[in-house]
Design a protein around this ligand. Structure first.
Ligand code: MG
Length: 255
């Protein structure tokens, strides 16, 4: 039997950038009794708290010890400390200031050239490019834009593929991955989910075959694809509804 259930977050556990729905919260809480549960996503720690941890209201501290937060594609790892009732940062591999600056300039230039730099559409205090410590993330309409607008912006990925292509010409030393609904994550090569999954195996002392991974972007170029390439068993989902369906099946087999 698998020991670890690992999950992409946006579009796998939730509607992108929103808290996980009740059904997923209940299923994950139940899964904590049977598996190590590892969300891994490009987002920051505070978003993991808002979108996942705060939603697991019924989980006991001893259950939360089986929840492992692989933040910023697993370049940061947080583990629950039941004594402190708080999260410990176990490791962190941030980008340098120069790398952040170079990536930020590159993405802005590429988006501007292509006419996809839509700063006029941002809500107050929002930003298109965000430094997430271990990666820099472009969100075309910012963080605060409505879900509907985000879905409509680039449903066929064409805009983001064009931006990525130009970024690779301007600064080929970085990797660019398409994720979520409007996002591109820029990282240093190797700092993708392979890095996170490799460290996950080390930290949890498990092998590839012990892990089942859920993701919505498992196609080549997608931010879940590196996990597929590693040879980890993967379930491709279209939405959190598919994930819920699969989790019900898994829990049904245990009972
Ligand atoms: Mg996703």
């Amino acid at each position: 039997m698998k020991k670890v259930l690992a999950f992409d977050v946006d579009q796998t556990l939730n509607i992108a950038k929103t808290p996980i729905p009740d059904e997923i919260a209940e299923l994950l809480t139940e899964c904590l009794d049977h598996f190590e549960i590892c969300p891994i996503s490009g987002q920051k720690f505070d978003q993991f708290l808002i979108q996942i941890v705060d939603r697991l209201k019924d989980a006991k501290p001893e259950q939360l010890e089986h929840l492992h937060l692989f933040v910023a594609q697993g370049t940061q790892y947080y583990r629950y400390n039941a004594k402190k009732k708080d999260w410990d940062l176990v490791y962190n591999y941030p980008l340098t200031d120069e790398q952040v600056k170079k990536i930020t300039e590159t993405i802005q230039t590429a988006a501007e050239e292509l006419g996809y730099w839509e700063a006029d559409k941002l809500q107050e205090g929002d930003e298109i490019i965000e430094n997430r410590l271990s990666q820099v993330t472009f969100s075309a309409l910012g963080q605060k834009a409505g879900t509907e607008a985000k879905y409509a912006w680039d449903p066929d990925h064409k805009k983001r593929e064009a931006i990525v292509k130009r970024c690779k010409e301007l600064a080929p030393e970085f990797d660019y991955e398409i994720g979520g609904t409007t996002s591109i994550n820029a990282i240093t090569p190797g700092m993708n989910k392979v890095f996170g999954m490799t460290h996950m195996m080390e930290e949890l002392k498990v092998e590839k075959e012990d892990i089942l991974y859920f993701g919505d972007m498992t196609q080549p170029g997608g931010n879940d694809y590196p996990v597929v390439q590693m040879g980890i068993d993967t379930i491709t989902v279209r939405s959190h509804e598919d994930t819920a369906y699969a989790l019900r099946g898994i829990l049904g087999l245990i009972k």
